[in-house]
Design a protein around this ligand. Structure first.
Ligand code: PL4
Length: 469
């Protein structure tokens, strides 16, 4: 006959009780042992169940087919790749970590000036008051900010309701791709800011990348090199539906003149192309013959969209505030205004820029804010001058840009590859740059240097570059 469970339990309790009477120490040890074995068996159960769930989650798949456009992308996005190589170098040479100077990513480094900062502070403070509190705003941005952008930055050449305030130019480029869809042919300056091409690939506008030419099928690459003063000959290339054009340019630092932009607008009109004009670096323009906006060109409202940003104006790269202008006069072949569809994307896929940040944007456009912006930009332009002078003094290197732009574009000695130059400079001078080839095949043989570092770092980098090259 089997003993029943309660008699067994009673027997155990009795045994423990007897032990407790005879030896307290022994009970303590027994208890400790029992507890620890319970814990260890529980933890090993946890470990084994988690390791089995890890391996099964790694092996598991869903029934969803991967978006085939993503497998067309030939590599990772440029800027994380630069960070990866820099980190790999630091890992291999930890003693060099503190020596690294970044002239790579175009990211601002100087603090936000006081008047503009007070705009951000006021925006935040208002949210803590009954009267000042606001929730969701208009997806297109606050009316006052749209009016101020139109009047201060465009001298009323455009209407406030043609301005869409956003969280930045990069995000707007991506939203424009949503508007254009997968059926358009895109043209880009080569080299160019990689977002235009990469988002076109993601959207399904392209074929795969040719491993020899490094060009994606269905994209019109418009060469911009020293040979054509970095201005493309669009007339000699196949027609595109959408033409991306950035001035002052990233990465070449070239700023297109009024005559050049007039001919581009005219050509886009003749060919029925839409021009997407990226003016993110407009505040750097000092040459009076270089337009700060495409709408300074007659007839541009019928062909051009302009994307822009407070990132470089006021050091808002982390704050996030930009805008896009889509004129009423810009229409598709069936007569539908492009603005309607951009408005549809903004209202459906965006919830408006932060109200705090828009208050900072308004402060930027006050006379004090505009003065502060000018001082900031002059500081970075002085940095660019130092970089220009450095490369001008090194034999075999030719220097471009950096006068109306924060980027200096350096032509390497004949036959030198841009990724090799990047590695050489990182290893010999601990200075991070960006290889021209990262911006497209047309950038091969060039290096981009950003003037956004603090002045002391720029001076130190220049000294090291003179030794290393
Ligand atoms: C690194 C031609 C920088 N993580 O700040 P936004 O979104 O308003 O503007 C981005 C932008 C738009 N148009 C042009 C630009 O050059 C940029 C910023 N480019 C650079 O070093 O090339 C920062 C790049 C950022 C990125 O991934 O874009």
């Amino acid at each position: 006959m089997k003993p029943n469970r309660s008699s067994l339990t009673n027997c155990c309790i009795l045994t423990i009780f007897i032990f407790a009477l005879t030896s307290t120490t022994l009970v303590t040890v027994t208890r400790a042992f029992t507890t620890s074995s319970i814990l260890s068996s529980a933890s090993s159960r946890t470990l084994s169940s988690s390791s089995s769930s890890t391996s099964s989650s790694l092996d598991a798949v869903t029934g969803v087919t991967r978006n085939p456009n993503f497998s067309k992308l030939a590599g990772g996005y440029l800027f994380p790749e630069i960070a990866r190589r820099r980190n790999a170098y630091i890992e291999a040479h930890p003693d060099m970590a503190s020596r690294i100077i970044s002239l790579g990513i175009g990211d601002t480094t100087q603090p936000i000036p006081s008047h503009i900062l007070s705009g951000l502070e006021q925006g935040a403070t208002k949210l803590g008051t009954k009267d000042g509190y606001t929730g969701y705003g208009a997806e297109q941005g606050q009316t006052l900010l749209r009016q101020r952008i139109a009047s201060v930055l465009y001298q009323d050449r455009i209407e406030p309701d043609e301005v869409f305030v956003s969280d930045g130019a990069k995000c707007d480029i991506s939203r424009l791709q949503q508007v254009f869809g997968s059926q358009v042919i895109t043209a880009v300056q080569d080299p160019s800011y990689p977002v235009y091409v990469d988002t076109a690939v993601m959207m399904g506008q392209t074929g795969t990348q040719d491993s020899t030419t490094k060009q994606y099928q269905n994209i019109v690459y418009m060469p911009c090199t020293a040979d054509n003063q970095f201005f493309p000959d669009y007339a000699s290339l196949p027609r595109a539906d959408i033409v991306y054009f950035c001035s002052p340019n990233n990465p070449t630092g070239a700023a297109a003149t009024k005559e050049q932009l007039t001919s581009l607008v005219q050509l886009c009109k003749e060919r029925g192309s839409i021009l997407v004009f990226d003016a993110a670096y407009a505040p750097f323009i000092r040459n009076p013959n270089v337009p700060k906006s495409i709408y300074e060109i007659d007839g541009a409202k019928e062909v051009a969209i302009e994307v822009n940003s407070f990132s470089k104006y006021a050091g808002f790269t982390g704050v996030r505030l930009g805008w896009t202008v889509v004129p009423h006069a810009l229409k598709y072949s069936d007569g539908t205004p492009v603005r309607n569809d951009f408005n549809r994307v903004m209202t459906t896929a965006f919830n408006g820029a932060s109200n705090i940040v828009q208050s900072g944007g308004l402060a930027c456009l006050d006379p004090e804010g505009m003065k502060e912006i000018d001082t900031l930009i002059n500081y970075y332009l002085e940095n660019a001058k130092l970089l220009r002078e450095t490369f001008a003094s090194i034999q075999g290197y030719k220097v471009f840009g950096g006068t109306d732009a924060p980027y200096v574009f350096v032509q390497l000695p004949q036959g030198m590859k841009s990724w090799d130059a990047f590695t050489h400079i990182l290893e010999k001078a601990q200075v991070v740059t960006i290889p021209g080839a990262g911006f497209g095949p047309g950038g091969e043989g060039y290096l981009r240097l950003s003037a956004f570092a603090p002045r002391d770092k720029i001076i130190e980098a220049c000294a090291r570059l003179k030794v290393a090259l």
